[in-house]
Design a protein around this ligand. Sequence first.
Ligand code: 5AD
Ligand code: SF4
Length: 447
Amino acid sequence: MQEKLLGRKLTACIRTFGCQMNARDSEKLLGILEEIGYVETESENADFVLYNTCTVRENANLKVYGRLGYLKKCKEANPQMLIALCGCMMQEAGVVEKIKKSYRFVDIIFGTHNIFKLAELLYRHLTEGGMTADIWEDTSQIVEELPVERKYPFKSGVNIMFGCNNFCSYCIVPYVRGRERSRKPEDIIAEVQKLAADGVSEIMLLGQNVNSYGKTLEEPVTFAQLLCRIEQEVPDIRRIRFMTSHPKDLSDELIAVMKDSKKICRQLHLPLQSGSSRILRLMNRRYDKESYLKLVDKIRTAMPDIALSTDIIVGFPGETEADFQDTLDVIRKVRFDSAFTFIYSKRTGTPAAAMEDQVPKSVVKDRFDRLLQEVQAISTEICAAGAGRVEEVLVEEVNTQEEGYVTGRLSGNAIVHFPGGPELIGTFVKVRLTEAKGFYYLGEIAF
Ligand code: 5AD
Ligand code: SF4
């Protein structure tokens, strides 16, 4: 109807904040919008703008509130525009009330458990008017077969489980993503087969803690067994990645399967969070410094060429300089290929938010700077050691910085830019890494 009045297709823009889970949800949300007639646009000056939000750190929330101010102006210039919010931040206590009170121009709000209802909520809004809000507290449901509009034709995320039961004391995820639920292996394999038939050659299996996959299924399956089945049953998939792996449940079975696999990438994301056993206990991580180091040793003995990445939080309540030195010690011992570093952010409702001894901002900032320096120095050295090697690369995109160059990804997840044209996108090529640039490489096709 509106389409006829405007004489053009309606446009939709989805902005994704946060992690790979959200990115995958956004692909499903776009799939639904395209099914009902929208065309995607990059511009937020669209007929339908959807923010898929994150709330893992307070900054993520502040970013959304900031951008809503900008959207309000767009809507004043174009009153037809519809604004929708979804994702983790909407599941957080008090957020929807705040939006209802201070951001009246938002049209539709939903959460993490009911993304499949987007078309219905849109219809309800258009017929009933007002602000349409539908947030589910939790769900035991897994909705299969949603339409999906993938960002890349040759690689895709695949959810294998939803939610988290770990309740790390700083983390809001278990409260906004609900209890852990695993998809059935048959459903996952059917999805991967469909993706492969559609030209996908690399998949990323997604879950908050993939190592506990399958434990709650009627017929329990381990994550390692799932990996074997995917590897054997879907020949056209050439690369398998996964994240995130909680160190407390990484099994010997998984290490053995990775070691023997031709397809599982030589990459493991193994969040450390802190190197201090005392802080790890307060974080409710259920491993300590020694067991983490032992685990890394075991992994490296089985796969000496594996690239390890991690997440680290500085400034957790009660963290002393000695605790921080333990973190630096682990970093120096493990020598991560890359590390994502975060300043502790107090999330209301989590146990850590109520802990005494919150570390002063200036102390945290100083530790953060020292941590970053250490992490970057090590990454640069590791990257330099890789120069000269020839590696198989999946070409992902045309390089926007350097004309005539494309960008590809190694098995270990590092990026390389090398001369080549758009016809290479989605293909595997052998590339010589000619120059290390700190955290990426320059290269050339190896003949
Ligand atoms: N403050 C800072 N970082 C956090 N993370 C999760 N919760 C918080 C928080 N409250 C980090 C962890 C996790 C990553 C996804 O985000 O390091 O592994
Ligand atoms: Fe958060 Fe811990 Fe669950 Fe990861 S494992 S999502 S850090 S509670």
